[in-house]
Design a protein around this ligand. Structure first.
Ligand code: RB5
Length: 145
């Protein structure tokens, strides 16, 4: 799978670990930055990564900031993006099965790297169940207008 990954300065180290992990799992990764620990603004990288998913450059996106909150909010402003922020695998999996999320966010100040990898793996491996859930996801698109 082709996966875009983005982060702010707080999450640089965790981004690098996750990028390496994704590569080990056999995925192709597009690193949308930031690439240094110089202070930056999470909306820039949330939006950039979300656009890569929305325009089909990547199939899925993963974004990381301090809490995962700000960068997920930025991603969710982009049309067609359904970004879940979570700190455990259960919600990550159900966000795929029921909500067909196409982006995942978590916080470098919230989860350690091993837990982050479990979240990522579950999220990537869980399929959307469709059926009644597809109608609800369609309702989300209708809100977007
Ligand atoms: C940066 O200090 C911090 O605000 C950011 O990483 C993120 O947690 C925002 O939601």
């Amino acid at each position: 799978m082709k996966i875009a990954i983005g982060n702010d300065h707080v999450a640089l180290e965790l981004k690098r670990e996750i990028l390496q992990y994704l590569t080990e799992l056999g995925h192709e990764v597009i690193d949308m930055g930031t690439y240094s620990t110089e202070r930056c603004d999470y909306p820039v990288f949330g939006e950039r990564t979300a656009h890569a998913v929305a325009n089909g450059e990547a199939e899925r996106g993963i974004v990381i900031c301090g809490t995962g909150v700000g960068i997920s909010l930025a991603a969710n402003r982009v049309r067609g993006i359904r970004c879940v922020v979570c700190s455990e695998p259960y919600s990550a999996g159900l966000s795929r099965a029921h909500n067909n999320t196409n982006m995942l966010a978590f916080g470098a100040r919230v989860v350690g790297s091993e837990l982050a990898k479990m979240i990522v793996k579950t999220w990537l491996e869980t399929e959307f169940e469709g059926g009644r859930h597809a109608r609800r996801v369609q309702m989300l698109d209708e809100i977007e207008g």
